[in-house]
Design a binder for this molecule. Sequence first.
Ligand code: GSH
Length: 213
Amino acid sequence: MQLYYHPLSTYCHKVMIAVEEKGVSYEPRLVNLFDAEAKAEFRMIAPLGKVPYLVRADGVGVGESTNIVEYLDHKFIRAGNRLIPDDAEAARQVRYYDRICDLYLNQGIAKILIQGLKPEDQRDENAIAEGKAMLDMIYPQLEQAVTDHQWLAGDTFSLADCSAASPLYYCNMMYPFGDYPALCAYYKKLTARPSFAKISAQAEQALKDLGLI
Ligand SMILES: N[C@@H](CCC(=O)N[C@@H](CS)C(=O)NCC(=O)O)C(=O)O
């Protein structure tokens, strides 16, 4: 199977961390999202033009990061770690935290990151303020969750942690969460996890290659 990805995309990181956790192999296909021609070519494969996009061994395309992880977790049910538990209530919790990581944590930091890529005099301060407000809303919720449990959605590593890891990586750089001790300890635990350590090292290299850090 092939995974179309960009090395800086948080949604791709979610899937790439999940793949590492499952221990399954794939062919990585980098899509240069900064190049119009590469994007047009990619649209012939993935009509929405969004990464991550998985092309399964049977040729069927699977879009949306969460869908991809759900597919992989079920398809390779006996490989590596289960990322969505069988228990319905535990699975609901995992999916809830996956959603709030995408919709608030990821969206919040994305607003800040997008403005950070622009020259200082062209930045939209309102967008930055909106991003910060979203993070100010979500940090306390995450702090409570990781105070109550060892991982974000319970006591085992799950899809929720795959979703939280990469946005927190960028938050740590751009809008740190130092006032939240449990969240800091959780992030430290994430960084020690081989799956996330590998993907964040790749992201760091890509940021360096693009001259962004
Ligand atoms: N909801 C989607 C979001 C995917 C997404 O927004 N990907 C961005 C990169 S982070 C993308 O491909 N952007 C390219 C574009 O919009 O042209 C998911 O979870 O996979």
